[in-house]
Design a protein around this ligand. Structure first.
Ligand code: NAP
Length: 304
């Protein structure tokens, strides 16, 4: 069976990655994309029934509780959505014979050191979000036919993300202060969707004993800080003709300690993507061209 003819169920219609997956159209397969109203991750019965009724061959879990700071005060909700719901999906996937694609995060690591994390490095999350995502990973990893993509700093032209926030703030203020001691790579939802489709094209029919099932790091090439991303976003937007009050030079670097948040973030979010690139012969472009692609789309939209 060609990969594009599989019945694919995507959970998480309104999210950045969910929308990017939906935008792939038939390239992903015969895709059905469900949102919270059809498959609430806080309602195990609704999730089970959606999967049993639709009997997909591939299930992609793009829904998650991603409010990293709010999770500190809502640990039960974060746990239900990020840990228990993926466990239920995994169980039902086994029942209907589907493989599962799941997304996780650099926040499963503690951010120590400067070396890019590899898949087998021991996770040690610093936050409720990271702990619940790790529990979700472990539940999905219990199914033999699974792919877990740990990604970082997701950005896209839609949803809540750093690129959109910076463009808004740079339109309002003449100066910005942005942390420059967290290192990682912004990754576009479009790239995550594209890689998902490419890997599924090879894996959707693979047997359970195929050694390529498992966990992979999926992030843009290169490394930067949030400060570096902010400057790149503002510079590109000005180049594209957007009138902003803040210039790249007026973005001041600050340490994480000067910007306290409820959840502790890892300082080293570098993810090594060697395994993904070599196993599936993929190219992962540098973060700067990826971020520019998002800024360019946003600059074509009227300023709100
Ligand atoms: N965003 C990042 O920077 C980042 C970084 C690393 C890894 N990741 C991982 O990448 C994946 C995709 O993230 P994203 O950025 O696309 O997330 P996102 O834009 O925040 O979207 C999250 C999605 O989950 C849905 N959702 C939340 N609670 C739900 C519930 N109870 N029932 C059903 N749906 C629910 C949301 O629906 P509503 O719109 O209805 O709330 C939304 O569709 C996630 O696994 C995330 O952990 C994200």
């Amino acid at each position: 069976m060609s990969a594009a003819s599989h019945r694919v169920l995507v959970l998480g219609r309104s999210g950045q990655v969910g929308q990017a997956l939906a935008a792939l159209g038939p390239r992903l397969g015969q895709t059905l994309v469900l949102g919270r109203n059809d498959a609430d991750f806080e309602s195990p019965a609704a999730l089970r029934s959606a999967i049993q009724t639709l009997r997909p061959q591939v299930i992609v879990i793009a829904a998650a509780y991603t409010a990293v700071d709010r999770a500190e005060s809502e640990p039960e909700v974060a746990d239900r959505v990020n840990a228990r719901a993926p466990a239920i999906v995994a169980e039902e996937a086994d029942r209907v014979g589907a493989c599962v694609v799941h997304y996780s995060t650099d926040y499963v690591f503690d951010g120590s050191g400067t070396r890019p994390w590899i898949e087998s490095d021991p996770p040690r999350p610093l936050s409720v979000y990271g702990r619940t995502k790790l529990a979700g990973e472990r539940a999905v990893a219990a199914t033999r036919r699974h792919l877990i993509f740990r990604t970082s700093w997701v950005v896209s032209p839609v949803g809540t993300n750093f690129v959109r926030t910076m463009l808004r703030l740079a339109g309002e203020r003449t100066e910005l202060r942005v942390v420059n001691d967290q290192f990682g790579a912004p990754t576009t939802a479009a790239r995550i969707a594209d890689v998902t489709a490419a890997v599924l094209a090879e894996m959707a029919d693979a047997p359970a004993d195929d050694p390529r099932w498992g966990t992979y790091h999926l992030a843009s090439g290169g490394v930067t800080t949030w400060h570096g991303v902010a400057r790149a976003v503002i510079g590109r937007a000005i180049q594209q003709g957007r009138s902003l009050r803040c210039t790249p030079e007026a973005v001041a670097p600050i340490p994480t300690s000067a910007y306290p948040t409820a959840a502790t973030r890892p300082l080293n979010s570098r993810l090594s993507t060697s395994a993904l690139r070599s196993t599936f012969s993929l190219d992962l472009p540098d973060w700067s061209s990826e971020v520019e692609s998002v800024v360019d789309i946003l600059c074509q939209e009227p300023v709100r």
